[in-house]
Design a protein around this ligand. Structure first.
Ligand code: ZN
Length: 140
């Protein structure tokens, strides 16, 4: 999946953002799909889900979000918002874990981690770097 495809499919999400790691677009796609499924399950309007920030940090996806609460939420029972919150947090946590074990460049399984600026790499992508192998360590 390309960034353009990701943006076309999920760009209507309030605050849509990508960590801009090409190997992780499919993980972000799945995450956005799952978030939308949770919202639909609880009949929560999609514009209430507000993505505050999506980025790479310490070698994994980090997603910050919250409810954009206004009058519209009168239609959403607190119990639905609370249950959906828990499920969305689980979706985001799963995406973080998957990204940490996925090459951020090509999407293959990561076997190496760069030191310094921590990022997951597969062996092929790591070996393309001029600082390989010195600046890499095996995945923990
Ligand atoms: Zn790779």
């Amino acid at each position: 999946m390309t960034y353009e495809e990701l943006q076309t499919k999920h760009g209507d999400t309030i605050g849509f953002e990508s960590a801009n790691c090409s190997g992780w677009y499919h993980i972000e796609d799945k995450m956005y799909d799952r978030v939308k499924a949770v919202l639909d399950k609880y009949s929560i309007p999609r514009q209430i889900f507000h993505l505050a920030q999506e980025k790479e940090k310490f070698g994994e996806l980090r997603t910050y979000w919250g409810w954009s609460l206004d009058n519209e939420t009168e239609d959403c029972p607190d119990s639905a918002l609370s249950a959906a919150y828990t499920e969305i947090e689980a979706v985001i946590s799963a995406a973080e874990t998957e990204s940490a074990n996925t090459c951020h460049l090509c999407g293959d399984a990561a076997t190496f981690q760069s030191t310094g600026w921590i990022l997951p790499y597969c062996q092929v992508c790591a070996k393309k770097r001029s600082d390989y192998p010195g600046a890499f360590c095996p995945m923990r």
